[in-house]
Design a protein around this ligand. Structure first.
Ligand code: ACO
Length: 432
């Protein structure tokens, strides 16, 4: 059923505009304001895009009030319990769950694309030994455009598919190269007999001088975290990928822009910041002091891993990861984990505090993920890289959706200009 348009009256000119209502399959309606500037000569003002839908998408749906997250319609809880990261990657990128044959073919193709050009390794080795791995990963991803220009025609669907396989397959290899470079250890090549996460762990932890056996508990835990981080609709890094990609830039440049945007502590960098914060808090008796700091608007301190632009309820991913923490720590024999205990206590106290209750601030996906990464032996500086590996799938899905849309246009926000009005240049001698 067609919904009635909204009517807007310009009080200065008396001009009326019809703002058509656009409905999605679920979620709030959107007012189509695309003709507003032509009709009324005004723009809309929505800093930080709090209420603006920047595109139409069929990939991921979030109901932030109800704490619901769907990938292509499937609840994330069901996928987390029964699916795998490779299957979720296929679902997000291709739109449907794969058949057995399709999944096998996809896994095989990803496995066969895991090696990186030796020059990319040499490039990684050129970084200072204590460079942050996110800096290395974003640079190496951007430089992939210099290696794969044979298949970078963004208007060619087969080229887009080859890119999508390459980037998903090579991100773990690039991440492991950055890790080994920081350690000063030799790079470990990918192994095609291992599944995606097991191969990543092997590249991280194996050394040439002794055999290394991947712990299936660790590989499974990583697979779960990757499924939960795979996509989250138009978040800051995904919107960055879309905006960069909308210029027609090559896809590696667009993904590299996404990696850089993810690094910020308000976004994917929060997982690293949560563990720093827990260590800073130290003991449960210090929690009230830090909560007071988080509430103090004159301090820059925030409760990392808490709050979300969209979720005004529990982030469903945080719930799953908190449960997984109990399971994984028990299976790894690490039940005595003071940082996890402290995180649980912090959550309990914050969720009873009027400041957090009234602002609907709940733990987000990053609050507990670092506890699992640390139990797996992954160094803190690599946590956001882990997030980037998983989110690459979402970035690719969104880039593919945007590029294959015949109506795609360059993204170009407008502004409310508040600077000086036109004035004349003065020679330097005449300036006071
Ligand atoms: N600690 C203390 N106060 C907070 C926090 C926090 N973590 N998060 C929000 N608030 C407060 C704000 O100061 C604001 O208070 P006010 O109404 O008195 O001014 C109110 O809650 C509303 O928050 P906004 O800043 O409007 O929320 P916004 O949507 O702009 O920001 C964000 C969301 C960036 C996630 C924010 O909550 C935050 O910085 N959290 C900590 C960092 C973090 O965990 N980021 C990961 C997010 S998930 C992800 O990207 C993977």
């Amino acid at each position: 059923m067609e919904k009635p348009s909204f009517e807007l009256l310009n009080p200065a000119t008396g001009t009326k505009s019809e703002l058509p209502v656009r409905s999605g399959s679920i979620g709030p309606d959107c007012l189509d304001i695309s003709a507003l500037s032509k009709d009324q000569g005004v723009f809309t003002f929505d800093p930080a895009f709090s209420v603006t839908a920047s595109c139409e998408s069929k990939i991921t749906f979030i109901d932030g009030d109800a704490g619901v997250l769907l990938y292509r319609g499937y609840p994330v809880e069901q996928l987390a319990a029964r699916s795998s990261f490779m299957e979720v990657a296929y679902l997000l990128i291709y739109g449907e769950l794969p058949s057995n044959t399709q999944l096998t073919a996809y896994r095989t193709s990803i496995t066969r694309h895991t090696m990186i050009n030796e020059s990319l390794l040499r490039f990684t080795n050129g970084f200072h030994h204590n460079a942050h791995p996110m800096a290395m990963v974003s640079a190496v991803v951007a430089s992939m455009a210099a290696f794969y220009y044979d298949s970078m025609d963004i208007h060619n669907p087969r080229h887009r598919e080859i890119f999508s396989h390459r980037i998903v397959a090579k991100l773990p290899t690039i991440a492991a190269a950055a890790h080994k470079h920081a350690l000063g250890q030799p790079f470990v090549y990918p192994r095609n007999d291992l599944a995606y996460c097991a191969n990543l762990l092997n590249m991280f932890f194996a050394v040439p001088c002794e055999p290394y056996q991947v712990d299936p508990v660790a590989a499974q835990a990583l697979d779960l975290l990757f499924m939960l981080h795979a996509d989250h609709e138009q978040n800051a890094s995904t919107s960055t990928v879309r905006l960069a990609g909308s210029t027609g830039a090559n896809p590696y440049a667009a993904i590299s822009a996404g990696v850089s945007a993810l690094w910020g502590p308000a976004h994917g960098g929060a997982n690293e910041a949560v563990l720093d914060m827990l260590e800073q808090i130290g003991t449960a008796d210090q929690i009230p002091k830090y909560l007071d700091m988080a509430k103090d608007k004159s301090s820059h301190f925030k409760l990392m891993g808490f709050g979300h632009r969209v979720y005004k309820n529990f982030d469903p991913r945080a719930k799953i990861i908190r449960e997984a923490c109990h399971r994984v720590l028990a299976k790894l024999g690490r039940t005595d984990n003071p940082l996890f205990e402290l995180a649980l206590r912090l959550e309990e106290i914050a969720l009873k505090d009027e400041y957090f209750v009234s602002r609907k601030l709940y733990p987000n996906v990053d609050f507990y993920s670092g506890v699992i990464y640390s139990a797996l032996g992954i160094p803190r500086s690599m946590y956001t890289v882990m997030f980037a590996i998983a989110r690459t799938v979402g970035w690719v899905a969104h880039w593919m959706e945007m590029i294959s849309d015949p109506a795609m246009r360059i993204g170009r926000p407008r502004q409310l200009y508040t600077g000086p009005t036109q004035r004349d240049y003065l020679d330097v001698a005449k300036r006071s």
